[in-house]
Design a protein around this ligand. Structure first.
Ligand code: UT7
Length: 329
């Protein structure tokens, strides 16, 4: 009997309408379009402006699009994994809120926190549920409403991030396509360089934490950059080597969209031409857990069955990883 693999069989996505351009940011903080473009590659990002709406308001339309495209009854969904660092609330899980809203009444689900690598961690987890034979339809969502935790008085972080969501459906396959391998890593010593200081159990919210602006993403950019360039490039090269692949075998690299210079370093290390690299950072900025599925969403029509695709990420934790997908449709 041929081995069961987990195949991505559909992609959905959603970005809010409101655009925050580099020139908009020039009016808010001491920055300029030229600096942002040359240092990061970003031109604009999408922002969920409506008060009272959180990450679920991004994830729900992404999942609904997927269900519509696949003509799938939501009651058939077995499990939904939501990768996010900006859940609607500390609890319950945003996954529960999304399942209820889309009518996935037979599904269980949970949130998974791995910052920018969240989608790869969740995809690997969902893959194992499918490979076990126990579940037939698993949705993996990567979503972040970064505008909720970005300090728009801090020019070193506010120019980087945007809001968005992407979702994939995983189903069993026996035609040797699907998620074929994954290498995932973490190193908690990276916590000091990228974290949110308050709001967790160490520093619960208080007048003091609010006054000190401790409820925003804190990042030491150059330190993270150094680890990200090496981490994402090394793990992508390791994944190729482990599977006897070279850059020539790869149709697409789907890198986490944090910085164009990190993306270029990874592509160079893999020996990939620029045309094989999915890049939409200029339009969405860094949407944390959503960058990779949003790339798949944007490029879905160009993908062909059998294409070898490498997904690669690096982010807070530190967390990082690379996944080999043989496209299934
Ligand atoms: O996705 C999760 C993981 N995160 C990442 O992978 C992000 C990794 N880090 C980066 O991408 C980059 O470090 C940044 C884009 C965040 C920053 O770029 P950089 O080339 O490392 O710049 P820098 O922080 O070393 O700053 C260079 C200069 C500084 O001025 P001085 O000290 O040289 O006078 C900054 O104050 O640029 C200044 N600067 C800015 N200038 C205009 C910092 N932010 C801005 C800004 N506009 N927005």
């Amino acid at each position: 009997m041929s081995k069961i693999t987990a195949a991505i069989t559909c992609v959905g996505g959603y970005v809010p309408e409101t655009k925050l351009t580099n020139s908009d940011l020039e009016k808010i903080v001491d920055t300029n379009d030229e600096w942002i473009r040359t240092r990061t590659g970003i031109e604009e990002r999408r922002i969920l402006r409506e008060p009272g709406k959180g990450s679920s308001a991004l994830a729900i339309p992404a999942v609904q699009e997927l269900l519509r495209k696949k003509n799938l009854d939501p009651r058939e969904i077995d499990c939904l994994i939501c990768a996010t660092v900006t859940p609607d609330m500390v609890f319950p899980a945003t996954a529960n809120i999304v399942c209820e809203a889309v009518g996935a009444t037979n599904a269980w689900g949970f949130d998974l926190s791995a910052a920018c690598s969240g989608f790869l961690y969740a995809l690997t987890t969902g893959t194992m549920f499918i490979e076990s034979g126990r579940y037939k339809k698993v949705i993996v969502v990567g979503v972040d409403k970064m505008s909720a935790i970005v300090d728009y008085t801090d020019r070193t972080t506010c120019v980087l991030f945007g809001d968005g969501a992407g979702a994939v459906l995983l189903e069993p396959s026996t035609d040797e396509t699907g998620i074929l391998d994954s290498i995932l890593r973490s190193d908690g010593s990276g916590c000091k360089h990228l974290h949110m200081k308050a709001g967790g159990s160490v520093r619960p919210p208080s007048m003091e934490t609010v006054a000190n602006r401790e409820h925003y993403a804190y990042q030491e950019g150059p330190a993270v950059f150094k680890f990200a360039v090496k981490g994402m490039a090394d793990i992508s090269a390791e994944l190729l080597e482990k599977n006897n692949l070279t850059g020539d075998d790869i149709a697409w690299l789907v890198p986490h969209q944090a910085n164009l210079r990190i993306i270029d370093a990874t592509a160079n290390r893999m020996g990939l031409a620029k045309e094989k690299v999915m890049i939409n950072i200029q339009r969405y900025g860094n949407t944390t857990a959503a960058t990779i599925p949003l790339c798949l969403w944007d490029w879905e029509k160009q993908l062909k069955k059998g294409d070898n695709i490498v997904l690669a990420a690096f982010g807070g934790g530190f967390t990082w990883g690379a996944t080999w997908v043989k496209w299934s449709y």
